[in-house]
Ligand binder design. Structure first.
Ligand SMILES: [Zn+2]
Ligand SMILES: [Zn+2]
Length: 274
């Protein structure tokens, strides 16, 4: 089944207009292509350092760093940029500015990628300002280009690193926090990284962000009508997470589109937590 066909399965549940939905699908399609293109580059990543990091409670990415070369990141950024230029005219000016700075050698993407991987968004902004480009356009393009690379890394490391000892709500591969979870058909709770797609076990009824597990301080809101979509809210840290209960699913929705499928929960959470 193609990404497009998979996305069609959830179209009715995603509260956006057709042209926005089309941009989402195009982005997923381009990223699926990049994931394949980046797969061979993953062999250059330091697997041993990745494993050692995870064994000592740090994400694999802190061991591998950004293994992509400048031209490989630029390839990803150009691929993503061309679909934004076409599908989101309101952003084309900012996106074109980033591409121009890269072509003219005023902007080095690998440095930006490394800062972002360390969570130093302020540092990435400073690079953008110095190069005279829009910081949000730059960080979005780099993140969308890195995402398939880390998805490839995650797939490659799946049989190499044992994630059973990982107990954090942060992704063991890329280090991002996720707000996406699911309960499988056997009733077991799992987290799924929204950035790189890694899946790992996590205790049910425990906040993904602060670890609070006092049940009276956690609310679970379901969408009603036997829908498999639920929202978890932690009253200690004020964060929320999306929960897909696969036991209630009528269609076989692939997990790789759960984040898109559950956008309605992000909208509800924003209203609830305002
Ligand atoms: Zn991840
Ligand atoms: Zn919390």
């Amino acid at each position: 089944m193609s990404i497009r066909e998979k996305a069609r399965l959830v179209r009715g549940d995603v509260p956006v207009d057709d042209s926005t939905f089309e941009v989402f699908i195009n982005l997923l399609e381009v990223q699926a292509g990049l994931k394949d293109a980046y797969m061979p580059t993953v062999e250059r990543a330091n697997f041993e350092a990745a494993r050692e990091a995870v064994e000592t409670g740090r994400p694999a990415a802190s061991g591998t760093g950004v293994w992509l070369r400048e031209d490989e990141i630029a390839y990803g950024v150009r691929s993503i940029a061309s679909l934004i230029l076409e599908g989101v005219p309101s952003e084309s000016h900012h996106v074109a500015g980033v591409l121009e700075a890269v072509e003219q050698g005023r902007l080095e993407l690998k440095g930006v990628a490394e800062l972002m991987l360390k969570g130093d968004m302020r540092g990435a902004e400073r690079v953008a300002e110095k190069a005279g480009v829009d910081p949000t356009a730059l960080s979005s393009l780099v993140a969308w280009a890195l995402q398939p690379a880390f998805t490839s890394l995650s797939v490659r490391l799946r049989n190499y690193i044992d994630l059973s000892g990982w107990s954090s709500g942060r992704c063991p591969i890329c280090g991002s926090y996720t707000s996406l979870s699911y309960i499988d058909k056997k009733g077991v709770f799992h987290l799924k990284c929204q950035f790189c797609g890694t899946e790992w076990d996590y205790p049910a009824g425990k906040c993904l962000f602060c670890g609070n597990d006092e049940q009276e301080l956690i609310s679970l809101v379901d969408l009603g009508e036997g829908k498999p979509l639920n929202l978890g809210v932690c009253h200690v840290c004020g964060n929320y997470w999306k929960l897909v209960d696969e036991r209630l699913m009528e269609l076989d929705i692939p997990r790789e589109i759960y984040d898109l499928w559950t956008i309605v929960l992000d909208a509800i959470a924003r209203r609830l937590l305002k």
